[in-house]
Design a protein around this ligand. Structure first.
Ligand code: MG
Length: 259
């Protein structure tokens, strides 16, 4: 069931959005060659405790997960693109890192992801990251009254194809509210003009992710981390947004925090 949020609800969701944006900004700033993924998780956990927030991940145990996630952030490196389970790995020069983070603050969830390279980037990695960011921006720009869910999906798919990437639609965006995953599903490709007519108060996470040379993935033996079938790298960009009469409101916007 698709739930719509009141203006007061959306105001109440702002602290969660700000917190998630702040943690991703902080972790990005602090991550460098040599940073261990377990230290990133520990740092995120520390920030959660300081804020009195609640992790959406640590007890998360969906049907496709082997066991509860047990960590508070997803760290997907290089050929890993989604649900990366933090493990004992120190980042190397040129590694492409995707951080995906969701918490609840005051009973409201925010969910966001960012990808970046530590050390010296390869041009193709920067292009991949930039394309997921452009797809996210294009999708957010279509999240306006008068449009349909299919317009958001189509915007993502168009940017991917224009960049020469294929789209895997197994995992995509989702409704966000009191829990992390709600209706509607927001596919990363689709047909413009189709689907749910966007309404004021719809709050969704939009999350394009692309792989450099494939659209196939497999699950790592850790039971969580999703990796590209051909070893090529992946990138992931995500924001939680609210559809309002004044246009899309990006609850997890890092722009003000990062200057
Ligand atoms: Mg997420």
């Amino acid at each position: 069931m698709i739930e719509l949020r009141s203006r007061a609800d959306i105001e109440a969701m702002r602290p969660a959005g700000r917190f998630v944006a702040g943690v991703l900004s902080t972790l990005r700033r602090e991550t460098a060659v040599g940073t261990n993924l377990l230290d990133l998780d520990a740092r995120a956990h520390e920030l959660i405790r300081e804020a009195g927030a609640e992790s959406c991940y640590i007890d998360y145990h969906p049907s496709f997960g082997a066991s509860p996630f047990g960590k508070v952030i997803c760290t997907s490196v290089n050929d890993a693109v989604l649900h990366g389970l933090p493990h004992d790995y120190a980042l190397g020069d040129g590694d492409l890192v995707s951080l995906d983070f969701a918490v609840s603050v005051d009973g409201w969830v925010a969910d966001s992801a960012v990808s970046f390279v530590v050390g010296t980037p390869r041009p193709q990695d920067l292009a991949l990251i930039e394309t997921t960011e452009r797809a996210l921006d294009a999708a957010i720009a279509t999240a306006t009254l008068g449009n349909r869910l299919g317009d958001i999906s189509a915007a993502i798919g168009e940017v991917a194809r224009a960049g020469g990437y294929r789209v895997n639609t197994d995992f995509g965006g989702h409704g966000v509210g009191r829990v992390m995953h709600g209706d509607p599903h927001v596919p990363n490709d689709g047909r413009a003009g189709r689907g749910f007519a966007l309404r004021e108060g719809l709050v969704i996470a939009i999350e394009p992710w692309f792989l450099e040379t494939t659209d196939k993935i497999y699950t790592d033996p850790d039971g969580w981390t999703l990796r590209s079938a051909d070893g090529s790298r992946g990138a992931h960009s995500e924001h939680t947004i609210a559809i309002t009469a004044d246009g899309p409101l990006v609850l997890t916007d890092r722009a003000l925090l990062e200057g």
